[in-house]
Structure formats: C-alpha cells, structure tokens
Ligand binder design. Structure first.
Ligand SMILES: Nc1ncnc2c1ncn2[C@@H]1O[C@H](COP(=O)(O)OP(=O)(O)O)[C@@H](O)[C@H]1O
Ligand SMILES: CC(=O)N[C@@H](CCC(=O)OP(=O)(O)O)C(=O)O
Length: 304
C-alpha cells in the first residue's frame, strides 16, 4: 500500500515535530496521574497504555499514579454502602477502606499493569504498602461555615496525606526499566491503610523524584473560570481567589493544590488535561499543541 503525498507529508511533519521533545525529555521523569474519570472506555485505556509504553521506549521515565474514584463508587453502590465527599476527599470508614483497597490495589491497578505489559511495557503494580512506598498520616480536615467564628476539625475517617515517599523503591524499578504503576493507598506507622487522593500522591511522587512534568488526566478540558473558559498560567494568588469565590471546588481542589505545590517544589511544569481525548498524553508530550491548564512556578508563569 502506498501513501498519498499529503498523508506522507502529515506523518513526516508529526514525526519531525516530536524530535525536539524526545531529545528534551530523554532520561527525564514524567509522572502521569490517570484519573478514574479518564478511564471511561477500553479504547481510551488502550491508547493511554500505548502512549506510556512509547514514552518509555524513546528514553523517558514515566511513572503512573492512578485513581479509581468512580470504580470505588460503583462497588460501594453494589454493596449498598453510602459514600460522601468533603472538599474532594471521600469520607472513609472501615468498610469503605476495605472496598478502596480492593478496587485500587486490586482491579484498577492490575488492569493498568496488564494493559501496559500487553502493549510491550514492563510494568509493576504497587500500593503504598509495598516497600513502604507511601508512608501516610491521617489527614486533618477543617471546615468553616459563615456561622462559625473559628474553623472546626472534622473527622473523615481513614483518609491520609503523604508523610513521605520511599524513593529507593521507585529508583530501583526505574533503573531496571520497569514502569511503576502506583495505587494511592498509604501505610501508617502502625501498618494501618490510608485512602489518599490520587492527585496528592502523584504530586508528591513528582516532587520527590524532581520530575520534569506532572500530568493530571481528568474528565474536563482543564481548570475553568465561571464562564467555562479554560485558564492557564495562573499565579498562586489567582488560584486562591478562584477557590475563595467557589470557582474551584470538589475534585479540582486537590488537583490544583498538588499542581501548585509540585511546581513550587521544583517540578518544571504541571498540566491538568482532558484524559477523554484519545492519546492526550502523547499530544501533550510530543507536539506543539498545548492542551489543558499549564501550571509553572509562579515566578515564571505569565498571568492571564
Ligand atoms: N474550576 C473548575 N474547573 C474545572 N473543573 C472543576 C472546577 N471546579 C471543580 N471542578 C470539578 O472537578 C472535576 C475533576 O475532579 P475529579 O472529578 O476529582 O477528577 P478525577 O477523578 O479525574 O481526579 C471536574 O469534572 C469538575 O466537575
Ligand atoms: C481520599 C480520597 O478521596 N481518595 C480517593 C482515591 C481514588 C482517587 O483519587 O481517584 P480519582 O483520581 O479517580 O478521583 C477516593 O476514595 O475516591
């Protein structure tokens, strides 16, 4: 089969456009968070796996951190366990924690590992308990209503935040050409499991590994303003104002929080991108087409 001149030209253009990015990101760590809402169908998951394997083959070091919120929600529903969220965090009692561990550490993690391996990668799945990869502590959540004079601490159960990441485990895997696939379950000092928002884990992993990029794949085009326009290049002060006026709420809160914290800790850039777009990862890494919301260190970010 021979290609038409136009088709051959398109392919050549795409490949040459990719070259400087391949050169720039060789040997660089790229942390990709695959949100549960971006895992909407088998084709998208397959595209995701192929993108990650391609990154590895051209010399980058992708690390996958996955979510699975909707998948946890489905099983809780089937088991008739009620679930609720505070500031984007699932209130997690003991029964819910069991389900979280089964879904994230079991079905979701192993599905992604299998997909990567099937597409020619060498993937290894881990929860934060393996090699004590994610040491966690209980997350303290405060809430303040207009009636309260001071914020009050509320208990949302077995929900954690990252205390530390055991970098040695990831270095060992990456040095042996494995692609780590991390489920966001942390382990406390007493061995207890903690449910951690996957964005927070991805952000901390990116920080600890001094990653070049943190990519958060979700089910929306990016961070939007009240008129639905995708915003990019925001300063910390602008983000704070958007939180205060309610423009940023729910699941976007941990996402934007971890993106800011990662770039302030030295990660070159963080991107909130629409994982429903086929090959969203490839488009972000290998082409000049900027997609979604880009967050860089505030000292360098252009204000919108
Ligand atoms: N300002 C905002 N811009 C875009 N999305 C927002 C904003 N504020 C809140 N959201 C919500 O955050 C959601 C993404 O968070 P979440 O559902 O937790 O995604 P994921 O499962 O991928 O982590 C969006 O689908 C949207 O409903
Ligand atoms: C504390 C907390 O909220 N944990 C999340 C962990 C999974 C997750 O973060 O999944 P997504 O990225 O798909 O939203 C949860 O239980 O849903």
């Amino acid at each position: 089969m021979s290609l038409s001149r136009d088709a051959a030209g398109d392919i050549a253009r795409v490949l040459t456009e990719a070259l400087p990015y391949i050169q720039r990101f060789t040997n660089k760590t790229i942390v990709v968070k695959f949100g549960g809402n971006a895992m909407i169908d088998d084709e998208l998951k397959e595209h995701f796996a192929r993108d990650i394997v391609l990154m590895k083959l051209v010399g980058m070091n992708p690390i996958v951190v996955h979510g699975g919120g909707p998948q946890i929600g489905d099983l809780l529903k089937r088991l008739q366990i009620e679930s609720s969220f505070v500031d984007g965090m699932r209130v997690t009692d003991s029964a819910t924690m069991d389900v979280v561990e089964m879904v994230l550490g079991g079905s979701v993690n192993k599905e992604i590992v299998s997909l990567l391996n099937h597409n020619g990668g060498k993937a290894i799945g881990l929860t934060g308990k393996d090699g004590q990869l994610i040491r966690a502590r209980k997350l303290k959540v405060t809430q303040k209503t207009p009636e309260m004079s001071t914020p009050e601490i509320i208990d949302i159960g077995h929900v954690g935040e990252v205390a530390s990441i055991n970098k040695e485990v990831l270095d060992m895997l990456v040095n042996s050409d494995f692609i780590p696939v991390i489920a966001p379950i942390g382990v406390g000092p007493d061995g207890a499991s903690y449910n951690i928002n996957a964005d927070l884990v991805a952000g901390k992993v990116a920080e600890v590994l001094c990653a070049e990029k943190l990519m958060l794949l979700t089910n929306i085009e990016g961070l939007k303003n009240k008129d639905g326009k995708v915003l990019t290049g925001l300063s910390t002060a602008q983000v704070d104002a958007l939180i205060d006026d309610g423009t940023i709420y729910g699941g976007m809160l941990p996402k934007i929080g971890c993106a800011l914290s990662a770039v302030n800790a030295g990660v070159n850039s963080a991107h909130i991108i629409d994982g429903r777009v086929p090959h969203a990862v490839l488009l972000e890494i290998f082409t000049d087409t900027g997609v979604g919301t880009l967050i860089t260190n505030t000292s360098r970010a252009p204000a919108e």
